[in-house]
Design a binder for this molecule. Structure first.
Ligand code: TXA
Ligand code: MG
Length: 341
């Protein structure tokens, strides 16, 4: 199959919208990462998404809307909990996914057999225009091959999906750079399942106490139940062995330089670059977590273009937006952290 890379003109959005409605797939930009979209009301269209990504069928997809009233019109949920209204009012459209009890129109392929469904109203004007042109909600996971870093630019999508899907819309690079924050309000006390651009602190300001799923910060034990199926899968890991170093700035520099060699690299802060004697992949300033989130996946993909064998990364904190960066990096490193006193 030939993959057409299209600019987001009015005409192209109409073409892609019609194709999506009739069951074809298309990758579209969002403010978080690129999504691989399909008609969310069609089980067979959604099944093709799993095939193109090589995604395990037990990992449910997010349903994207371009207007709040579509939730009821398309029978996406059986109930909108009160806390969902408050979150939606504050953070939609935007990088927040809210899990609610699922409605009758949701095919089993979307919810992977769960009794809940994930809903997101993205803020990106192109995503909104495509959903509106399609005239149906769109199920869309990140548009990467399963296990690879999520795509934050059209060329990342082409790298993974060329030949497998008919359309990719090029909307430039994604502003947030990590996937949406995922929260469930389908239980008594809401739970954060995946940190993203909307922080735990912001969520708690809006709806009070939010629990954090253990899988956000810690490695899951064998046999432990995943609150979010996606968390149990290996994710984002580059070919090189990525090891995180938890230490002061000086100790990090010293450690990496003492291990310098042709096949060693550093996934570091901008400030570290001139002090390191290895190939560097800077992904933002030391305290600029928003920039780090934006650039992280591009840096992981850049590491994959090299023959490096070992890459030493810096271990971020877990407050505010840093939690999202930590959550992705710790998975990319297979939870391998060296702590230097
Ligand atoms: O920013 C984003 O959320 C992007 C863009 C394209 O919108 N999409 C995205 O989708 O990251 P995906 O499929 O890569 O990640 C969805 C995550 C997975 O970890 C999945 O397990 C979880 O959300 N999820 C979806 N439905 C769920 C449900 N009903 N209960 C628990 N977790 C759910
Ligand atoms: Mg994904």
């Amino acid at each position: 199959m030939e993959t057409r890379l299209l600019l987001p003109t009015k005409e192209n959005i109409e073409i892609v919208g019609k194709a999506l409605y009739s069951g074809e797939l298309a990758a579209v930009p969002t403010e978080t990462v690129y999504g691989l979209a399909a008609n969310a009301l069609s089980g067979s269209a959604v099944k093709a998404v799993f095939e193109a990504k090589g995604r395990p069928m037990d990992n449910p997809l997010i349903v994207h809307i371009s207007d709040f009233e579509q939730i009821e019109r398309f029978k996406l949920v059986s109930e909108i909990p009160e806390k969902a209204y408050r979150l939606a009012e504050k953070f939609w459209p935007g990088p927040l996914t809210i899990i609610m009890p699922k409605g009758s129109a949701i095919p089993d392929e979307v919810s992977a057999g769960l009794q809940t469904v994930a809903i997101r109203f993205p803020s990106h004007p192109v995503t909104q225009a495509v959903i509106t042109a399609a005239g149906c909600p769109l199920a869309a996971p990140s548009a990467n091959t399963s296990g690879a870093p999520s795509p934050t630019a059209a060329h990342h999508v082409m790298h993974d999906m060329s030949g497998k899907i008919p359309y990719v819309i090029d909307g430039g690079t994604c502003e947030v750079g990590v996937e949406s924050t995922v929260i469930t309000v389908a239980e008594e006390v809401p739970m954060l399942l995946r940190p993203g651009g909307i922080t735990l602190e912001q969520l708690e300001e809006t709806i009070g106490k939010v629990r954090v799923s253990e899988a956000v910060l810690y490695k899951m034990k064998d046999g432990q139940k995943a609150e979010s199926p996606g968390m149990k899968y290996k994710h984002y890991a580059p070919k090189a062995n990525l090891i995180l170093i938890k230490s002061s700035d000086e100790k990090y520099i010293e450690y990496v330089n003492s291990h310098a060699g042709g096949d060693v690299g550093a996934l570091c802060y901008d400030e570290d670059v001139e002090k390191l004697f290895v190939r560097t992949f800077p992904y933002g300033g030391k305290n600029d977590y928003i920039k780090q989130a934006e650039r992280l996946f591009d840096s992981l993909r850049a590491i994959d273009e090299t023959e490096l064998k070992t890459v030493y990364g810096r271990c971020p904190g877990t407050k505010g937006t840093a939690m999202a960066v930590y959550n992705r990096l710790i998975r990319a490193a297979g939870f391998e952290v060296i702590e230097l006193a």
